[in-house]
Design a binder for this molecule. Structure first.
Ligand code: ADP
Ligand code: MG
Length: 329
């Protein structure tokens, strides 16, 4: 007797790549497109000037510049998002360099996921659902509540039953989809408040929107299944903060721009993928991975949408993104 939810694919980590169109700035500076997409699942280097970037990279799916966010959601996130309705913890990330389209993509994914979750709850009258919303930002390894910035820097606590919890983080009970959209818009406004105070903050901070779904059968049919699961929607810091190299490939003199949470996340994902599940997984090395621990690996489902610019001027960072995506498969 399983809790009734939509079918979820077997793979634990779904890795897709989305290429945005050239920006107006890139067009104005006569930037070139450095990549082709073949067969809907492979990114191929056009090898314009950089012999050393030659190569092709294949994934579950590659979305070209014309793909709508609704298709990205359907094929790159939906199964993972809906698994939370069957009691399976889920995380959806956007990974990519600053200005590659992470926020653009995650906003759309959140919107579609919200619609889908309410649709499913409405079509499952035999179950009772309780939906809770919370949202936080991690900046410089400090955790801030996006529903209540005034509460300052929040502590992480270890709960014997629930794992790592964020102390004093507000959890709002969601009334309906309109209420949920309202909560998301509050968080977006809150994120922008910090943004003006500190210029390149969005490239350094991570945002997590967490929907916690509690569900139980309305009538005791002898196979009562209650569960609690969370769906985490994560807009990561720019991936340039996970690498030690400069845009021209040279090593940086100092690692001060390195983002501990992002670097640890990439290590955790690498260790979880490709059958390397055994061995120590360093969840506890950063705030981000501690918070997401129960929603990464184990039975949890993960979708990683890697975003990239097609521009030649960003070819080195795009290649780093493709290498990360390859290691996550
Ligand atoms: P990031 O969050 O990775 O720094 P953004 O999501 O802010 O990047 O995107 C940078 C700019 O590119 C924004 O103006 C955004 O609207 C635009 N953009 C990103 N992805 C797409 C896309 N797939 N199609 C059209 N415009 C996009
Ligand atoms: Mg962003």
């Amino acid at each position: 007797c399983t809790p009734g939810g939509p079918k979820v694919r077997e793979e634990n980590i779904l890795v897709t790549v989305r290429m945005r169109p050239l920006s107006s700035k890139e067009l104005a500076s006569y930037d070139l497109v450095a990549w082709d997409i073949a067969d809907g699942n492979t990114v191929v280097s056009k090898n314009l000037y950089h012999e050393r970037h030659a190569g092709s990279y294949t994934f579950d799916k590659v979305f070209d510049t014309t793909c709508s966010t609704s298709r990205v959601y359907e094929e790159g996130a939906r199964d993972v998002a809906l698994s939370a309705l069957s009691g399976i913890n889920a995380t959806i990330f956007a990974y990519g360099q600053t200005s590659s389209g992470k926020t653009f993509t995650m906003r759309g994914v959140a919107e579609h996921a919200v619609k889908d979750i309410f649709k499913h709850m409405n079509f499952t009258p035999e179950r009772e659902f309780l939906l809770k919303f919370s949202a936080l930002e991690i900046y410089n390894e400090t955790v801030v509540d996006l529903l209540n910035r005034e509460s300052g820097c929040l502590r992480l606590l270890d709960d014997p039953e629930r794992g790592t919890i964020v102390d004093k983080l507000i959890e709002e009970v969601v009334k309906d989809d309109q209420h949920l959209r309202h909560l998301i818009s509050i968080c977006e406004a809150q994120r922008q408040v910090g943004e003006t105070a500190l210029n390149d903050k969005s490239s350094r901070s991570h945002q997590i929107i967490r929907l916690t779904i509690e569900s139980s059968l309305r009538e005791d049919s002898g196979c009562v299944k209650s569960f609690i699961a969370s769906l985490n929607l994560v807009d990561l810091a720019g991936s340039e903060r996970a690498t030690q190299t400069n845009t021209d490939g040279t090593r940086l003199k100092e690692g001060s721009h390195i983002n501990r949470s992002l670097l640890t996340l990439t290590t955790v994902i690498r260790k979880l993928s490709g059958g390397k599940r055994s061995g120590h997984i360093p969840y506890r090395d950063s705030k981000l991975t501690r918070i997401l621990q129960t929603s990464l690996g184990g039975n949890a489902r993960t979708a990683i949408i890697c975003t990239m610019s097609p521009a030649l001027s960003h070819v080195e960072q795009s290649r780093n993104t493709l290498l990360f995506a390859t290691s996550a498969k």
